[in-house]
Design a protein around this ligand. Sequence first.
Ligand code: SAM
Length: 240
Amino acid sequence: MIREVQYGPAVASVYDSLIAPAMPAGDAIARLRPHLVGARALEVGVGTGRVAVPAAAVAAELVGVDNSGPMLDEFRAKGVPANVRLVRADFREPLPLDGRFDAAYSTMGSIACVASRDELVTALSHVRDVLVPGAPLLFEYYATAAYRPLVELGSVTVPTPHHGGSSTFTITLDGADLLTMHTRVDAAPLPTVEFSERVLLIERAEVENCLLRAGFLVEQFWPAEGMQPYDWYLTRNGGK
Ligand SMILES: C[S@@+](CC[C@H](N)C(=O)[O-])C[C@H]1O[C@@H](n2cnc3c(N)ncnc32)[C@H](O)[C@@H]1O
């Protein structure tokens, strides 16, 4: 069954030029490095390889999973490191991967692209199923401290970082805690690009509850600092 894919051609076309430059991968790599050195690693929601490329320089082997054909195509067009394999798959379904991984990670809230707490537990369980016992899963999750004020504002227009023009974010939160962020990028003379993302915005205690339900042990939490949009979690496969 092919399920709905959030990241289509519009967002893929501007991801590396307009979105990735605002989020340099250095901080994520510093956080991930101790867990990736020499490891067989998995990235969940690998996208265009913003983090996977520097991560692959540290890991022995890296498998990147994503359900978006356009995002994976952008990554392939740039050239994929020799120790990286890309798999088009949806983490809401069992992952079609051979063997187990020493470590997994997921950046920029990819794992929050779910429709409910139960679906988050299902997605996390699929990741846990392919990890060796005790292996770490590190991930960034949307910080409520950053996003709830944006919901109050409704719409924000900011200069597009490292580029001319502006980006307008229109953010809503529904009764099921689904945050929809509509982005409109105006960077003339390029055509205007619009796309939407929908993620589950829940508090830390609820994320940790979903992790426990999926069989993870929560080891460490780093709250988003300043204007950063994501919290970090370090968890471990608590199963066999
Ligand atoms: C914000 S991007 C992050 C990409 C990359 N990890 C980075 O840090 O630049 C989120 C990624 O998660 C992927 N994604 C969203 N839902 C997914 C799902 N159900 N299964 C697999 N990948 C998914 C999207 O296609 C997209 O590439």
